[in-house]
Design a protein around this ligand. Structure first.
Ligand code: AR6
Length: 171
């Protein structure tokens, strides 16, 4: 059986020692505010140098770098959609950002990966809707992973924490 554990925690993504952490980045991949800013500060200036070589990233896609001074091995820079009211493929693009991140983690033989609540901060994606997209995706995707055995959803605000606890339980 392919058993994968899903954990939901309230905390700081930059403190996670999972093999990979996922960044909620923008298309430039050159840093920003929110969790992106926190990741770049904690990883140190080498992360920006590595990101400059990636030539940006499309919305719904993701790219991987080393994690430098962070406790994890890799940062997967995922670009979620800006919320524009729900009729601009936001749900599909968000699902794709999570899916590509998990695929990259698996290809790089990561056993554990930690996600922030992509797009639910500065990009304004409604939190309940975003969590439902993620929960739906997990059901379909988990059986297809080979290496990933532990997925941690790191919530930074109480509201997302409560929503994720409801969606995923807290085993
Ligand atoms: N650990 C975990 N989660 C965090 C942390 C942290 N240290 N800091 C914030 N969050 P956001 P977005 C949560 O705004 O909506 C940047 O400027 C936050 O509470 O970081 O995808 C990028 O460069 C929220 O739940 O990302 C882009 O331009 C979640 O992380 C833009 O923001 C995502 O919020 C991306 O916007």
């Amino acid at each position: 059986m392919n058993s994968i554990s899903i954990e939901v925690i309230l905390g700081d993504l930059t403190k996670q020692n999972t093999d990979a952490i996922v960044n909620a980045a923008n298309k430039s991949l050159l840093g920003g505010g929110g969790v992106d800013g926190a990741i770049h500060r904690a990883a140190g200036p080498q992360l920006l140098e590595a990101c400059k070589k990636l030539n940006g990233c499309e919305t719904g896609d993701a790219k991987i770098t080393k994690a430098f001074d962070l406790p994890s091995k890799y940062v997967i820079h995922a670009v979620g959609p800006v919320w524009r009211g729900g009729n601009s493929h936001e749900a599909d693009l968000l699902a794709n950002a999570y899916k590509t991140s998990l695929k990259l983690a698996d290809e790089n033989q990561c056993i554990s990966i930690a996600f922030p609540n992509i797009s639910t901060g500065i990009y304004g994606f409604p939190k309940e809707k975003a969590a439902a997209v993620v929960a739906d995706l997990m059901k379909n995707l988990l059986p297809k992973l080979s290496f990933v055995k532990r997925i941690v959803f790191v919530c930074f605000d109480e509201e997302n924490f409560e929503i994720y606890q409801r969606e995923f339980g807290n085993e």
